[in-house]
Design a protein around this ligand. Structure first.
Ligand SMILES: CC(C)(COP(=O)(O)OP(=O)(O)OC[C@H]1O[C@@H](n2cnc3c(N)ncnc32)[C@H](O)[C@@H]1OP(=O)(O)O)[C@@H](O)C(=O)NCCC(=O)NCCS
Length: 381
């Protein structure tokens, strides 16, 4: 390459900023972007969201294939049987203050479970995965009710699905089937997404031959940030600031002028649309109509139209998830932990995949610090 041509190349730092566009490994679990749009083990998320239940998708991701009827029945029974929390975990949850972030509660509970139900030969990665899927709704909601009003709830319910169980625990009564179905669709959409930041974190930790709980605890920490899972809460904060579409347009224009990020928009992998948005937006509209909403949905659409018109940015899954959860009566601080309840399935699949063909993940960096220099003795500095 000539010197001129080399000078026209983007600097390595710019090119690899945030590892954008860098392929960091292979996976059989999902394909995101390009002609695939989004597929879990070859199945389109549109088919899964329309026809499957979350437990089928959890089984597909963690076991490799969709279950038949008998396998699904047995899997569901196994999850239901493991929902209750150990007393010592309840005591830990009761000590976490009410002003803690619920994502910190999920992280602490995962880490604590790793102490009392360690990953061993008999309590292997499949067993740990099932246990976390089964207990996450109660972990979150037990702490929530205790910290909000001192109430110690029962951690088991007779609601069959993971999403329905969560809603029953939260509202302390059965919810209508439309809400259970909406939860199921949302959990399916959030379940897996290739080498996103939290999954990659889980794989890096796994690659050191660390344990399953450490990988999931680290993944929860990565998901917590507003550039990743925390965006659904930030999107709710945004849309609830405005009373009308006109207010929203004016407010978001001001944000753009101030070069602020509008949470719930844009994506590292997709350039024109997030395929999951089509599904979640339809769901948000249906629930908005059911509750007679005349504010949040129109405000959301006004922001969506403006962002596309002005910046060619599109809503990601988090944007309409915010109003969807709100219309189901879910408090905003619980939005990102719901993501954990779902994404544990994808994380688990990636932890297992990393283990089957492990190689330490340890990239290198281009050094840009000071040139080599002599050591200056302390008294001469
Ligand atoms: C998801 C996200 C981190 C992807 O980031 P990325 O691939 O690094 O994209 P970039 O930050 O390089 O964005 C390219 C340009 O679009 C802008 N942009 C991207 N997302 C934006 C947003 N949500 N609001 C305003 N501007 C945005 C960037 O500021 C940048 O502008 P510039 O070229 O003038 O500097 C980013 O879109 C974002 O911060 N979105 C908001 C948080 C969010 O919703 N996260 C959930 C993701 S599923």
């Amino acid at each position: 390459m000539s010197i001129d041509a080399a000078q026209k190349q983007p600097s390595p730092k710019k090119k690899t900023g945030g590892l954008a566009g860098i392929t960091a490994g292979e996976t059989e679990i999902s394909a995101a972007g390009g002609a695939h749009n989004l597929e879990y083990r070859g199945y389109s998320i549109y088919d899964l969201a329309e026809h499957a239940e979350f437990e089928e998708v959890a089984y597909l991701l963690t076991r490799g294939e969709l279950p038949n009827e008998e396998q699904l029945r047995a899997y569901r029974s196994r999850l239901i049987a493991q929902r209750d929390l150990p007393q010592s975990l309840k005591e830990v949850l009761e000590r976490i203050p009410a002003n803690a972030h619920p994502m910190d509660v999920m992280r602490t509970a995962t880490s604590f479970l790793g102490n009392i139900e360690q990953e061993t030969g008999t309590h292997d990665e499949d067993a740990v995965t099932d246990r976390l899927i089964a207990t996450y709704p109660a972990i979150l909601v037990y702490w929530w009710h205790f910290s909000q009003n001192g109430k110690r709830i029962e951690c088991t319910t007779d609601t069959q699905s993971v999403g329905g169980h969560f809603l029953t625990l939260l509202h302390q009564k059965h919810r209508e089937d439309s809400h259970k179905k909406a939860m199921d669709i949302s959990l399916i959409l959030y379940a897996e997404h290739e080498f996103n930041a939290s999954t990659f974190t889980a794989r890096v930790i796994t690659s050191t031959m660390s344990d399953f709980y450490s990988a999931v605890t680290g993944a929860i920490g990565a998901l917590r940030g507003p550039l990743h899972g925390g965006a659904n809460e930030a999107a709710m904060a945004l849309i609830s600031r405005f009373s009308t579409p006109e207010d929203a347009v004016a407010g978001v224009k001001e944000m753009m002028a101030a070069k602020q990020l509008v949470m719930g928009f844009g994506h590292r992998v997709y350039s024109e649309a997030d395929p999951r948005n089509r599904v979640i937006k339809k769901l948000a509209k249906k629930l908005a109509d059911n509750v007679g909403d005349t504010k949040l949905y129109p405000v959301s659409e006004a922001i969506e139209n403006l962002m596309w018109k002005e910046k060619k940015l599109f809503p990601n899954l988090d944007f309409y998830s915010a109003s969807t959860y709100h219309f189901m009566g879910i408090p905003t601080p619980l939005f990102t932990p719901i993501f954990v309840m779902s994404r544990i399935t994808g994380w688990a699949a990636h932890i297992m995949e990393q283990r089957t063909n492990n190689k330490l993940i340890r990239p290198s960096a281009d050094y840009t610090g000071p040139a080599t220099r002599p050591y200056i003795p302390l008294e001469k500095r």
